[in-house]
Design a protein around this ligand. Structure first.
Ligand code: 7TS
Length: 407
């Protein structure tokens, strides 16, 4: 991978921040966008902007072709069987809420259990809390191993005939744990439960094959994989989606409307009420082209190498706490002794280094870690080992600053 050439394709990364070249280490929150994606969106608005699925005019059919072409691109990206299984949503959060509001509320009852983990992002946690409240079902948490991984033994001991849904992150946005979702799916299916994967931190960083995983739903966001904000995907197995009711009603999603009742369009459109996220889908298609060109296996290998290097270098800092397993995706969550993570992030920002500090929308996980907040450096295909060296230098400076200032 020619990372220098890749980085040059990201205009935003060419700037200085606070007098230093920008080191962007917050891609788990949102990735930056390459020029190809920015131009795909801008070209759409310059030359093809029109609503889809309605006009017979030329712009309308160009926009429709591009929008539906993006769906085919997504289908291929995750190896779904059919474009009927690809629902465009606003992002991972909206995709998971769709499963909870439509599938779960119909298929879960008071005697049932929903199994999740303490490492879930709030987006894969609160919707299930709401389902549990609405249906009387019990929310059951898988335990975590000390290093923040899931043991399949625990999955076997937790999932049983009462389990209707198992919902797990592909990759933790805090610990970097890569969960064995294929194996968990197999256990869920042995008990006739469905498997929902929160792929927000998975799909951007590794090849996802939904048929090989055999999960029932897989949700992800475009903005974490070089595409614009506002576009995401819910993959669902066709037989499940066929039997689900839409949760948004209005234009675009109907077949016939009578005075007192209506019928829905076929999949996938019955779940896409209103004017869809046309420019977002076109941007997502351009992002998929961009990632394909580099190679998803290459991206994963490179990020794994970056994560190993970051762990090795960061561990040399006295008084650093690093959370999560050794084998991990491209992110490192940490705390410096006696320094609040917001202060760490503030000092790093003065050096042009962007990291995230806070609870990372995973408050139950913060409790499990016994901290109120952490700092997190997260990497993507445009980061380099030099970025990590600068991070380590910035952290040493942070320690020095607070050591001198407050002791
Ligand atoms: N699930 C996981 C595992 C995530 O990391 C995120 C976003 C979401 C769901 C929600 O995605 P959205 O696109 O719908 O917002 N994670 C983060 C993060 O780690 N920092 O900012 C957003």
């Amino acid at each position: 991978m020619d990372v220098k050439a890749i980085k040059e394709q990201f205009p935003i990364l060419q700037q200085e921040v606070n007098g230093h070249p920008l080191v962007y280490l917050d891609s788990s929150a949102t990735s930056q966008k390459p020029i190809q994606v920015i131009e795909a969106v801008s070209d759409y608005y310059k030359y093809n902007n029109s609503n889809v699925h309605r006009g017979v005019h030329t712009l309308g059919s160009r926009a429709t072709d591009q929008y539906e072409g993006a769906r085919e691109k997504v289908r291929e990206f995750i190896n779904a069987t059919s474009t009927k299984e690809i629902i465009f949503t606003r992002g991972t959060t909206a995709a998971l809420n769709l499963v909870a509001s439509s599938y779960a509320k119909e298929n879960v009852g008071p005697e049932d259990e929903i199994v999740i983990t303490p490492m879930e992002h709030h987006s894969n946690l609160i919707p299930w809390q709401q389902v549990a409240k609405a249906t009387g079902a019990r929310l059951v948490y898988l335990p975590l191993q000390e290093d923040g991984t899931i043991s399949l033994e625990d999955v076997k001991n937790t999932v049983n005939e009462k389990t209707k849904i198992v919902a797990v992150a592909h990759v933790s946005n805090v610990l970097g744990t890569i969960n064995p979702i294929k194996e968990i799916t197999e256990i869920a299916h042995q008990h006739n439960a469905i498997m929902v994967v929160d792929g927000a931190q998975g799909a951007p960083h590794m090849k996802v094959d939904v048929q090989a995983i055999n999960c029932d739903f897989y949700a992800f966001s475009g903005h974490k994989m070089c595409a614009p904000t506002g576009i995401g995907v819910l993959y669902g197995k066709q037989e499940l989606l066929e039997n689900m009711e839409p949760i948004e009603f209005g234009g675009e999603m109907i077949d016939f409307v009578n005075l007192y009742d209506s019928t829905w369009k076929e999949l996938p459109w019955k779940f896409e009420g209103g004017t869809p996220i046309i420019a977002g889908a076109i941007g997502l298609a351009a992002a998929i082209d961009f990632l394909h060109e580099i190679g998803q296996d290459e991206i994963l290998a490179y990020e794994t190498e970056l994560a190993a290097y970051a762990l090795e270098q960061m561990q040399t800092i006295d008084g650093i706490q690093i959370y999560g397993p050794k084998k991990r995706a491209g992110l490192v969550t940490f705390n410096l002794d006696d320094v609040h993570p917001h202060d760490t992030a503030t000092v790093l920002d003065a050096e042009g280094i962007a990291v995230r500090a806070g609870h990372h929308c995973a408050q139950p996980l913060m409790k499990w870690l016994d901290v109120t907040a952490t700092a997190r450096a997260s990497f993507y295909l445009y980061n380099t080992k030099e970025d990590i060296d600068l991070l380590v230098a910035g952290l040493l400076k942070t320690k020095e600053y607070f050591g001198n200032g407050f002791e």
